[in-house]
Design a protein around this ligand. Structure first.
Ligand SMILES: CC(C)(COP(=O)(O)OP(=O)(O)OC[C@H]1O[C@@H](n2cnc3c(N)ncnc32)[C@H](O)[C@@H]1OP(=O)(O)O)[C@@H](O)C(=O)NCCC(=O)NCCS
Length: 141
């Protein structure tokens, strides 16, 4: 298994994998154009895990100049519980850190027990003092 930078040309394979691992979290932002824009804005940060030439894990990583963010942390079911998720997250966070960012956030659905257990095990601290508020942007002419 190797971990390497996610490239724009990985999109089709990654999107297919997300149908299995990440379907609920997918949105318009995960269109081909959306992901290409994300990779351009955050060069070299997002990673894939590859086994026998096949993508079996992903992590999208980036920052806004102040805080790091991780999305779509996923490993194909048959490869889970072998530390691949940890390795992907570690590489992603090291890239964010290399840009001088000292804190990284993730969003995790409240009923995603696997995700919560994974992030807690990794060392993330669950915040009880913050709510996430979202706004559907609508000011475009
Ligand atoms: C979360 C996910 C990426 C973890 O990938 P992984 O390669 O299995 O992760 P690791 O092997 O590095 O995980 C190690 C630790 O995480 C925790 N963990 C991972 N899966 C777990 C599960 N199903 N139940 C409980 N704890 C779990 C455990 O502490 C585990 O250590 P252990 O195996 O020694 O008990 C994977 O389960 C996945 O793709 N899930 C679906 C997508 C998802 O929910 N992503 C997170 C979004 S917030």
């Amino acid at each position: 298994m190797i971990i390497r930078e996610m490239k724009k040309t990985d999109y089709a394979e990654v999107f297919e994998m997300w149908q299995i691992t990440t379907k609920r979290a997918l949105s318009k932002a995960d269109s081909k154009e959306g992901i290409e824009k994300y990779l351009e804005r955050n060069p070299g940060m997002s990673q894939v895990a590859v086994e026998d030439g096949k993508i079996i894990g992903t992590v999208l990583a980036g920052h806004d100049g102040r805080r790091g963010f991780i999305h779509h942390m996923a490993v194909m079911p048959m490869y889970r519980r072998h530390g691949i998720g940890h390795k992907l997250a570690q590489v992603a966070i090291s890239k964010i850190e290399a840009d001088g960012i000292d804190k990284t956030h993730i969003f995790c659905y409240q009923n995603n027990e696997t995700g919560q257990s994974f992030w807690t095990d990794f060392g993330f601290k669950k915040r009880d003092d913050v709510f996430v508020y979202s706004y559907e942007n609508k000011f475009k002419e």
